[in-house]
Write a protein that binds this ligand. Structure first.
Ligand code: 13P
Ligand code: SF4
Length: 332
C-alpha cells in the first residue's frame, strides 16, 4: 500500500496536529499534508533524527513535524544540546552550517540546497578582510546570517536577539558589523559603540516601508505594530516593539493585543495565530523564497535519502566555530 495515503490510521495519528492547525490550513489541504506528517514523524523515530525548525517555516512543518522551534539564536543553542544521530535543519543554509559547526560528528541535513539568504549572499570572506584592513584593530561582529567562510573571518557572531549585547560585550569604542546594514543601524541606536557596517540587506524585510505601517495604524486604530530589526530605520521608528522572531512571539504573549501586525516574513503570523486564537493578526505577506524551498515532501526525502548533508572544510570550520562559540558564551 502507498504509505502516503490519507487513511483512517493516518487521520487518527495526525489528529492532534490537525486540532492545532485547522484554523490556519484550509481543510482541503489536510489530506495532502497529513500522510507526510505521519511518515516524517515515523522515520524520525526510526532514524534517531530531530528537526530544528525556524519560526518562518510553514504551519504544517512548524506545528506538524518540528522537535524544536525558535529564532536563529534559540536553534543554535538547541543545536548544542541535541542527542540524535541526524539533525534536519528546516530553515536556511546558514542555519544548517551553524548547526554543523556545533555538531561536527553528527549528520546535519538541509532538505533543499537552494535555501539561501540574501544577507548571507551579500558578503564574502574577502570583503570582511578588506573591512578589517581599512579599520585596523577593530573587532568584527557578524550576524549569523553569513556563510561559514565569513564566520571564519569574524571575531564573534550575533543574532537579532543578542546583537546589542554582543557588541557591548567587547568593551571597545568601535566595531565592524556585517552584513546587515539595517540591523547595524538599529544596533547603533541602542548603544554608544561606533558601528562601521556592511550594506547588505534582507530582501524580505527591506521591502517594508514606514508609510505602510502608518496605513495599518489608520486602518486599524489601536493596532500593535511590531517589527524585525532587519527592516529599514523608518519602519523601526514606527514600530511599537522591535525584536527577533522569538522576541516578537513573546511580545504577543505578554501584551495579548486585540489586533497586531507583525512586520516580518508572513508564515510567522500563521504559526503564532495557532497559539493565540484571541488575537487578530493582520497579515502582510512578504514571503522568504529561501525558507519556502523547505516543504514536507522534501523533509521526507531528506530523511529517506540522507540529503543534503552539510559539510564544511575543516580549516574554515575550526575558525568559524570559535566565532559562534564566543556568541553562545555571551549571556549564558
Ligand atoms: P531571527 O534570528 O530573528 O529568527 O531571524 C532570522 C532571520 O533570518 C530573519 O530574517
Ligand atoms: Fe535571509 Fe531575509 Fe530570508 Fe531571513 S527572511 S532567511 S534574512 S532572506
Amino acid at each position: 500500500m502507498n504509505e502516503l495515503q490519507f487513511t483512517p490510521e493516518v487521520e487518527q495519528i495526525t489528529a492532534t496536529a490537525y486540532e492545532r492547525l485547522k484554523g490556519v490550513i484550509p481543510d482541503i489541504e489536510w489530506p495532502v499534508h497529513a500522510p507526510y506528517i505521519a511518515a516524517i514523524n515515523k522515520l524520525k523515530r526510526e532514524k534517531n533524527a530531530v528537526l530544528l525548525v525556524h519560526n518562518y517555516q510553514t504551519p504544517e512543518i512548524f506545528h506538524g513535524v518540528a522537535d524544536f522551534v525558535g529564532d536563529s539564536l534559540a536553534l543554535a543553542r538547541k543545536a548544542t544540546e541535541v542527542d540524535a544521530d541526524i539533525i534536519v535543519q528546516c530553515g536556511v543554509h546558514f542555519m544548517a552550517e551553524t548547526t554543523k559547526l556545533l555538531n561536527p560528528d553528527k549528520t546535519v541535513l538541509i532538505p533543499d540546497l537552494g535555501a539561501g539568504c540574501s544577507l548571507a549572499a551579500s558578503i564574502t570572506a574577502a570583503n570582511v578582510r578588506k573591512m578589517r584592513a581599512d579599520n585596523p584593530g577593530v573587532p568584527v561582529v557578524s550576524y549569523v546570517n553569513t556563510t561559514a567562510e565569513v564566520k571564519a573571518e569574524t571575531d564573534v557572531c550575533c543574532t537579532s536577539a543578542n546583537a546589542v549585547e554582543v557588541v557591548e560585550s567587547l568593551g571597545v569604542d568601535k566595531v565592524i558589523f556585517t552584513p546587515d546594514g539595517y540591523l547595524a543601524q538599529y544596533v547603533a541606536t541602542q548603544t554608544d559603540v561606533e558601528i562601521v557596517y556592511w550594506e547588505g540587506a534582507c530582501e524580505v524585510h527591506e521591502r517594508f516601508t514606514g508609510t505602510e505601517l502608518r496605513e495599518y495604524r489608520k486602518g486599524y486604530p489601536g493596532i500593535q505594530v511590531i517589527a524585525h530589526p532587519e527592516c529599514p530605520p523608518d519602519v523601526l521608528e514606527e514600530a511599537d516593539f522591535v525584536g527577533s522572531t522569538s522576541g516578537m512571539i513573546n511580545h504577543v504573549g505578554e501584551v495579548r493585543p486585540k489586533q497586531i501586525v507583525m512586520i516580518t516574513e508572513c508564515s510567522m503570523s500563521d504559526n503564532v495565530a495557532v497559539e493565540f486564537p484571541d488575537v487578530e493578526f493582520i497579515r502582510p505577506c512578504n514571503l522568504c523564497p529561501y525558507m519556502k524551498t523547505i516543504t514536507l515532501p522534501k523533509i521526507l526525502e531528506a530523511l529517506q535519502h540522507m540529503r543534503y548533508p552539510v559539510e564544511i572544510e575543516p580549516e574554515i570550520a575550526a575558525k568559524a566555530r570559535l566565532s559562534v562559540a564566543r556568541m553562545l558564551e555571551i549571556g549564558r
